[in-house]
Each structure stands twice: as C-alpha cells, then as structure tokens.
Ligand binder design. Structure first.
Ligand SMILES: C[S@@+](CC[C@H](N)C(=O)[O-])C[C@H]1O[C@@H](n2cnc3c(N)ncnc32)[C@H](O)[C@@H]1O
Length: 261
C-alpha cells in the first residue's frame, strides 16, 4: 500500500465503503450538536498534553478527519502529521488549519498500511478511529512500527451504541434531528450492511477490547482514563431530547512502545 501526499489508494470494498461514508459525513461532522466549544477544547488539550508529555515532539494523528485533534496538538506546540483517506474530511481539516495558521502536514493514506519508515514518530494519536477499521489489531502493530521505542500510542474510542430504552429513543431523535436540519436520510447514518460486515466493531469498541488490542501489540505501562467529563460537557449543551443518546462510554487508552527487536 502506497501513501502519497495525494493520489489514488488501493482500497478493498470495506474501506471504499468507509471512505465514501466519511466523504459524505464530512459535511456534518463538525456541526454535530453538543460538540466543541471552549470548555471541551481546554479539557481535550489537557488530556492530550498529560498523556503525551513534554518530551515527545513529533506526533502522527491517524484517521485525522476534520483535524480536531491535529489542531489541538499543533496548538500545544507538537509537530503534527495528519493522515486520513477521506478527501472530504481532509479538505475541511486543511481549510481550518490554513485559517488558524496551524502548521500540520496532511497526507492521504490508509492508516492500516502506512508507508513511513520504522520509528519515524514519537507518538501516534487515534481518536474515534479504531472502531472503524477492518483490521484493528494489524493497524495497532503498524502504529507501533512507526513509533520510536519509549514513544507512545494514545487511543480514544468508545462504544457508540448503548442499550436501554432512553438511549434508543434519543438515538432515534438524532436521526430525526439530522433529517430536519440537513435533509439527510436518517437511514443512511449508519454504515451500510456491506460495510459493517467487514468491521469487527461496527458499533464502537469496548474498553476491554482495546486493552486486548494494545496488549497484543506489545504496549507497556498502559493507562486508561474514563472520559465521562467530555460527555458531561457535551451533554450540558444538548437539547433535552438528545441528552440520553449521549451516554455512551468513551475512554483514552495510552501505552508505551517497548524496545524492539
Ligand atoms: C470518526 S472519524 C474521526 C476523525 C478524527 N480522528 C476525530 O477525532 O474527530 C474517523 C476517521 O477515520 C478515517 N479512516 C477510517 N479508516 C481509515 C483508513 N483505513 N485509513 C485512513 N483513514 C481512515 C475516516 O476517513 C474518518 O475521517
């Protein structure tokens, strides 16, 4: 798999479907109700700087999307390379970085098959990405490959579909909200069946599962942080009829890359 500054990637059917979904979803991503705002940004920056620390400088943000985490990292003073395969998401990210004068190197690529040399980066960040990969175990090994020994991998993810009547009703309200606000067919919100069958975690990834992936990838000194605080901040800004859909657990799992070989 080749990763280029721009160009055509050789993707299988599942990944083509995921890419297409995010190209379309890019129009709505940054305007999702409840997201963003100063209070949330400050917390993300604190979480990122404390999990990466001051010594690691050169960060690879995988599945960077509209660049939310890449921008926080750049604002914190880290050197950032952002990789994604959705042109729609990356166009928005590039535009935002240009507007804010953030120096981020954007690259189109498949994050399960990076073309960087071994040990190019000090750290990899991956927010809300692991769940949408067909081969998360392989991806993690790939991220470990491009990080120097002593460097870190920081994963933020969650289980997006939770059980219970209120979350279900509220999730349905989200679909109706999107339909009214954007004219978006609510039934196109989830991955199509032919895409989700190719993903081991199409409804999000449990903490336990992430722990399994990171330990199989050989990470050490694993630290898990519950990010309920982020959900609580977002929930304050949501209208009552969307609040209960916002109860799914999200967490940050950080690990250190051990000596290799
Ligand atoms: C839920 S979004 C997360 C975006 C961003 N990390 C954030 O925290 O807002 C998932 C992103 O992962 C990207 N992605 C999924 N699979 C990918 C792959 N195999 N290679 C590159 N990017 C991928 C999608 O294009 C999308 O932009």
């Amino acid at each position: 798999m080749i990763m280029m500054e721009s160009g055509k990637l050789d993707l299988d059917r599942t990944k083509e479907g995921v890419k297409k979904y995010w190209d379309y979803g890019s129009k709505f991503y940054d305007t999702a109700p409840g997201l963003g705002g100063n209070e949330e940004s400050q917390i993300w920056k604190k979480l990122l700087s404390s999990s990466i620390g001051p010594d690691l400088k050169n960060i690879l943000d995988v599945g960077s999307g509209t660049g939310i985490i890449a921008m926080y990292l750049a604002e914190l003073g880290y050197g950032v390379t952002a990789v994604d395969f959705s042109e729609g998401m990356m166009d928005i990210a590039r535009k935002k970085a240009l507007e804010k004068g953030a120096k981020i190197r954007f690259m189109e690529g498949d994050i399960e098959n990076l073309s960087f040399e071994d040990e190019t980066f000090d750290c990899v960040t991956a927010r809300y990405v692991l769940w949408t990969l067909p081969h998360p175990e392989k991806a993690l090994k790939e991220w470990v490959r491009v990080v120097k020994p002593g460097g870190r991998i920081v994963i933020i993810d969650g289980k997006w579909v939770t059980r219970g009547l209120l979350p279900r009703i509220s999730a349905m309200n989200y679909h109706i909200y999107r339909f009214i606000k954007y004219g978006k067919n609510p039934f196109t919100y989830d991955y199509r069946k032919e895409v989700s069958v190719g993903l081991p975690n199409p409804h999000g990834v449990e903490k336990k599962q992430i722990m399994e992936y990171v330990s199989k990838a050989g990470l050490t000194d694993i630290v898990v942080t519950d990010l309920k605080i982020i959900r609580d901040i977002q929930r304050k800004k949501l209208p009552w009829y969307l609040k209960y859909a916002n109860d799914h657990p999200i967490f940050m799992v950080r690990g250190t890359v051990a000596k290799k070989g």
